[in-house]
Design a protein around this ligand. Structure first.
Ligand code: XBP
Ligand code: MG
Length: 253
């Protein structure tokens, strides 16, 4: 059995509940600014989350939910511009402190740092969004705690494809069995397990019905010493919050 050497963190939905009150809001602000009458409510956004990547999500919306929209001739540029505006709104929202980390995330990251465990971010979101979230929650230098930020368009095939995990592992010179992933969604776990990385899931409102049968542990959140997690599936080895010791036990099993 390989020794655990690195924690690989998904961002949206795992580190923070960014989708409903962050990304969704920013998309709507960008649509409004562009003079579009599109509005993504919470329920529609849940359906749009089937597709990862903001540019890809805009295209999916037009293909499935707004087929009457007359696409401009320079459609690629139109989508890119809209998405750049969305990123602007999103990073500003985060800088204002709009989105906190989920329970236990900061504690686990700090414990991992103190013990010299290697860490990386593996996400489909835009790199600027990762910087904005980390800086607004963990502090200005926190991005440097992560050896690799695997994000956005670094690989063309986004999650659920395994490519972004494969890329991160290669950058870190790690075998899949030397790492463990933290994800929150079906697209996320398909990507991590597709790259043969064991995965711990923390669900959220948008993903609680997803199929996590390939997960090694499924929790409602990571928990704190005074706020126990609930185990949805898997073995918690007598722990009631997710610390490095439990992560190592899950990895070893
Ligand atoms: C979450 C996503 C992203 C964001 C939007 O990815 O699916 O598409 O919703 O980000 P992950 P961009 O859970 O892997 O972090 O608009 O920057 O693409
Ligand atoms: Mg996610």
């Amino acid at each position: 059995m390989a020794t655990l050497q690195a924690l690989l963190f998904d961002v949206d939905g795992t580190l923070a509940d960014t989708e409903k009150d962050g990304h969704r809001v920013a998309f709507n602000l960008a649509f409004e600014k562009a003079g579009l009458d599109w509005h993504w409510d919470e329920a529609l956004y849940g359906e749009l989350l089937a597709v990862t990547g903001g540019k890809e999500r805009i295209r999916f919306y037009l293909e499935k939910f707004n087929t009457d929209f007359e696409k401009p001739g320079d459609f690629d540029d139109f989508v890119k511009g809209l998405h750049a505006s969305k990123t602007d709104f999103y990073t500003k929202l985060l800088a204002e402190g709009a989105i906190p980390l989920r329970p236990g995330v900061e504690r686990l990251i700090n414990e991992a740092r103190e013990s010299g465990m290697r860490m990386a971010v593996v996400t489909t979101t835009t790199p600027a969004n990762v910087t904005a979230l980390l800086e607004s929650t963990l502090g200005p230098d926190s991005e440097s705690w992560f050896e690799v930020i695997a994000a956005g368009d670094i690989v063309p095939a986004k999650k659920p494809a395994p490519d972004i995990y494969d890329w991160a592992l290669e950058q870190m010179n790690l075998k899949p069995e030397e790492a463990i992933a933290f994800e929150d969604s079906s697209n996320g776990i398909q990507s991590s397990t597709g790259a043969n990385v064991k995965t711990i899931i923390t669900i959220n409102d948008y993903t609680k019905e997803d199929d996590f049968s390939d997960a090694h542990l499924v929790l409602d959140h990571m928990g704190e010493s005074d706020q126990s997690f609930s185990v949805i599936a898997g073995e918690n080895h007598g722990h009631d919050y997710l610390d490095l010791e439990l992560v190592k036990k899950v990895h070893a099993n």
